[in-house]
Design a binder for this molecule. Structure first.
Ligand code: ADP
Ligand code: MG
Length: 267
């Protein structure tokens, strides 16, 4: 450094230049804003530096999360905070634990079961957004869309590469398992997706059918049983109950599909 001590203003100018060279614009802003506060509060040099770097890192993490949320392909952005747990009190604790993201590090799965309109897609999305905030890459699509993607990869002779690429995503969400039954080829491709992630990376699945109804979706009880076995081995299974949240306060208590599901359960 030069013999002459730079004034605070000169030093901040230099910080501005250096922060822009580092492509860390929040450092400029934080350095100026925190300087007086640091002097008043008697911070050490180390504490001041840590506070400034913390602002830059927090801002980078937040914009990283926004990028991951945009890239995930959610049908609608819905958060756990927006979920009304008074409508589903039994799962409040479980969802709170899952939102902390620990299940992703252990490559555990989450299965959300329940009738239409009870919040399965909302919760799957909310957990996906929480995962993005925890630094995980996330992809969301319906079961039918996943099968289409895998079928295209298979036809192009690059199914193995596609499954390997998907394993780099910490979380894959498969919405609406059971809305449409699968052809046998599709069921086999879906089974490969489940196998490829087993004990490597997490899945969240939603379904309006109980597990006992999955055999009909996959056309084959043996394929369904092998798949459910892998999904549920390390999984939290949350069962949502009650009438559709969409129809609450509308005087409509039951949908035809709810009765159907209830009847099937009673078989
Ligand atoms: P499902 O996937 O089970 O059919 P959705 O998650 O799509 O249901 O929920 C239907 C609509 O109702 C969505 O707009 C969702 O945000 C809302 N919803 C459902 N349950 C709740 C809840 N408990 N709190 C707030 N919104 C809810
Ligand atoms: Mg849904």
């Amino acid at each position: 450094m030069s013999a002459k001590k730079p004034t605070a203003n000169e030093a901040l100018k230099q910080v501005t230049y250096l922060a822009s060279a580092l492509k860390a614009p929040r450092i400029t802003e934080a350095a100026a804003r925190l300087a007086d506060h640091a002097r008043d509060a008697g911070w050490t040099h180390e504490e001041y530096l840590a506070a400034i770097l913390d602002r830059e890192v927090a801002a980078r993490n937040a914009s990283g999360a926004q990028l991951r949320i945009r890239a995930a392909g959610f049908a609608a952005v819905k958060t756990i905070e927006e979920f009304d747990f008074d409508a589903q009190p039994a799962i409040r604790q479980q969802v709170a634990a899952l939102a902390s993201g620990g299940f992703l590090a252990e490559a555990r799965n989450v299965v959300l079961l329940g009738p239409p309109g009870t919040g399965k897609t909302h919760l799957a999305t909310g957990l996906g957004i929480a995962a993005a905030h925890h630094g995980h890459r996330v992809l969301f699509a319906t079961a039918t869309e996943w099968v289409t993607r895998l079928t295209e990869a298979h036809r192009a002779g690059r199914l193995a590469q596609e499954l390997a690429r998907l394993r780099r995503y910490g979380l894959i969400i498969v919405d609406e398992v059971g809305y449409l039954p699968f052809e046998q080829d599709a069921a086999n491709l879906f089974f490969q997706l489940v196998s490829s992630r087993y004990e490597h990376a997490s899945l969240i699945l939603t379904s309006n059918l109980p597990f006992s109804g999955w055999g009909g979706v996959f056309g084959d009880q043996a394929v369904a049983a092998a798949m459910i076995d892998r999904i549920v081995h390390h999984a939290d299974v949350l069962t949502l109950k009650g009438a559709s949240y969409r129809l609450r306060n509308r005087g409509i208590e039951t949908l035809p599909s709810i009765r159907e599901t209830a009847d099937r359960d009673n078989d």
